[in-house]
Every structure is written in C-alpha cells, then in structure tokens.
Design a protein around this ligand. Structure first.
Ligand code: NDP
Length: 330
C-alpha cells in the first residue's frame, strides 16, 4: 500500500517538497473498523489551509502523517456494523491506496442515484456550499444581477446556474477564454469576464452589469473582489465563501482597500462555512438532485487519473487547471 504524507509545511505555493510518497503496512481490523479502497478523491482549496500550522475550523495536517480529503470508495473488509464488502461509501479518507478507518466516519451511498464522483461535487460539499451560500445569504431575487468569482470552478459553476434558476442576470469571472466560452455557451451565464486579460477589471464588470451588482458570491478575494465591490448596488449582499487568491500569500495584504463602499452602499457581507448548514444537508441534496434530474443544473468535472496525480491535482486548483470539480480517479 502507498500513502502520501505532508513532508514539510509549504511557505507560499506548495511544491514537490511538500509531498512524500511512502509504502505503508495496514494493521488488521479492530471491532468498529472498515478497510476502504478509494476510487475517487476530491482535492479542495481549503486543504491548503490545513498545510499551515494555524488554528482554523479544521485542525492542521501533521508533518509526517498522510494528507486527507473527501473521497468515495468501496468497502473491502468490515468489522463495523452496517458495512459489508462491496458497499459504496464516502468520508474523509487519508491519501492512501487503502485505509483502515472507523465505520462511524463513513456514510453509505446509493450507487444507483448518481455517478459516484458526483457525491464529491454537485451532490456533495461544493454543491451544498453553492446552494446555501447563494440562497441563504445572497437571497437573490428575480431580475437582480448576481456576480460570481471563481465561476468555472466546482462551487462557482453551480452558483451561476442556481442564480439563473432564480431568474437573475448572471455574470461570471474566470481565468481563461475557454472557460468564458464554456460558461456562456453551455452553462447559461449571461456574461463572463476574464480577469487575467481584462485591461480594466472594474470597467469590464460595469459593462457586463449595466444595472450594477446586487449579489456578489465571492470565491477568490483580492483584486478581483475589489473590482466587483466598486460596482455594488445599494443593499447588495456578499456571501463570503472563499479567498483562494490569498491562500498562498505569505503576508495578507492590508490597508483600507474598498470597505468604505460597503458602508456607504449599506452592503451586507457574511462569511460562512458549509458545515453551518449541516442540519439542512438533506434538503440541499434533494433540491440539487432534483435540478440535475430536471436538466436545470449541468455538471462537469476535470479528472486526473492515478493515485500519484493527487499532488498535481491539488496544485492545479491554484493555477486554474480545472473546469468544474477537480477529481482524482484512482
Ligand atoms: P475551484 O474548483 O473553484 O478551484 C479553484 C479555482 O480558483 C481555479 O480553478 C481558478 O480558476 C481559481 N483561482 C485560483 N487562484 C486564483 C486567484 N489567485 N485569483 C482568482 N481565481 C483563482 O474550487 P472550489 O469551487 O472547490 O472552491 C472555490 C472557493 O470556495 C475556494 O476559495 C474555497 O476555499 C471556497 N470554499 C468554501 C467553502 C465554505 O464552506 N465556505 C466550501 C467549499 C469551497 P481560474 O482559472 O478562474 O483562475
């Protein structure tokens, strides 16, 4: 068996020195434990935060111990009640080709409902993040303009489509012309701005949003968000979901920036963690699944093949290699 451990804590962007492949011997199952073989791993931006030695809503990874993330896999052997060989399960699994984990850390999945990897994307954490962040905090109303940054990623591509379902004008921000074309032609976005090539981002957003911005779903932070905030309408709402532009910075930029506009335009900005909505996950998954079945919500993922691709997939999130959910198929 192989595992990938955190070799050292990265400063700035992680690199090959961050990850180390190791052979590992599995211990025999104790009562309550399950042997799982992952088939799909999710890599997610929050995992970068866990590489730092910093207190957050999830504890940091330990140097010398395997990294871990959302995964789907098959039960190979079970000493836990309710699990049998062949069951499809999901949970947070170590980056290993097989792992022994407590049964109570796993959830059984119904393989007939959706392809297994969907439980890491549209029917999993990113889908629920889009659903609750947009609807509960953004509260978009028909006819309003919704802007979403990171709009071609796992969360953003779902946010844009849910905003369309609510009857809004939807404007995305993404980092390549291919992503711009895809979002407009396949995912129903009304306009998409390429933040890497727009000569004046504030102006480009103003042109894409002739009636101003009522909801800004923020996945990235930094200068992209500065430009959107300059275009906000009175009483705009900002679900503060992610700040990926800052995750690899060694010093967070400080200064007055554009907060005065939040004040004078009576803007509501609220950070959230998807687990705040844990007791409503059932409702979220049911609605997302219904929209997928009705053809109102389309889904796409970028899949890298092979266990050894996990580090590359993780780093690819920070260079925009993915369209939709980034997945590693083992
Ligand atoms: P994505 O699938 O969106 O992948 C990350 C994308 O971010 C890349 O594809 C890239 O696209 C873009 N990106 C990377 N670096 C930058 C940068 N410096 N400036 C602007 N864009 C950048 O990831 P997720 O959908 O999983 O996550 C999106 C955000 O939501 C993250 O910030 C994440 O931390 C957050 N999140 C928050 C949750 C919560 O509970 N609050 C839960 C889940 C996610 P491009 O080519 O467009 O640059």
């Amino acid at each position: 068996n192989q595992q990938i451990v955190l070799a050292s804590r990265p400063k700035g962007m992680p690199d090959t020195a961050t990850f180390q492949f190791e052979d590992v011997q599995l211990s025999p199952l104790k009562p309550g434990e399950v042997l799982v073989e992952p088939t799909y791993f999710s890599v997610d931006p929050y995992m970068r935060g866990r590489m730092n030695d910093a207190k957050s809503y999830v504890p940091p990874f330990v140097v010398g111990e395997p990294l871990a993330g959302g995964a789907v896999g098959n039960v190979i052997e079970s000493q836990a009640e309710g699990f049998a060989p062949g069951d499809l399960v999901t949970g947070t699994l170590p980056w290993a080709t097989q792992a022994v984990v407590p049964g109570n850390s796993l959830k059984k999945l119904d393989p007939s409902l959706a392809p297994a990897s969907y439980y890491l994307g549209i029917l999993g954490m990113p889908g629920l993040t889009a659903y609750f962040g947009l609807l509960d905090i953004g509260k978009p109303k028909a006819g309003e303009t919704v802007v979403v940054s990171g709009s071609a990623g796992a969360v953003g591509i779902i946010v844009g489509q849910i905003a369309k379902i609510q009857g809004c004008r939807v404007v995305g921000i993404a980092g390549s012309d291919d992503k711009v074309t895809l979002l407009q032609n396949e995912f129903g976005f009304d306009a998409v701005v390429n933040y890497k090539t727009a000569p004046d981002l504030t102006k480009a957003i103003a042109e894409a949003c002739p009636d101003g911005v009522d909801v800004y779903f923020d996945n990235v932070g930094g200068e992209v968000s500065d430009a959107v905030i300059r275009n906000l309408n009175f009483h705009a709402r900002i679900p503060l979901c992610g700040q990926i532009a800052l995750y690899n910075t060694t010093e967070i930029p400080t200064g007055p920036r554009i907060q005065p506009m939040l004040l004078t335009r009576s803007v509501l900005m609220q950070g959230f963690i998807v687990s705040n909505y844990q007791n409503r996950f059932g409702e979220g998954v049911r609605q997302l699944a219904a929209w997928v079945t009705e053809g109102k919500l389309k889904y796409t993922e970028t899949t890298l093949n092979g266990f050894d691709k996990l580090p590359e997939a993780m780093l690819g999130l920070f260079t925009g290699q993915n369209t939709g959910k980034m997945i590693v198929e083992v």
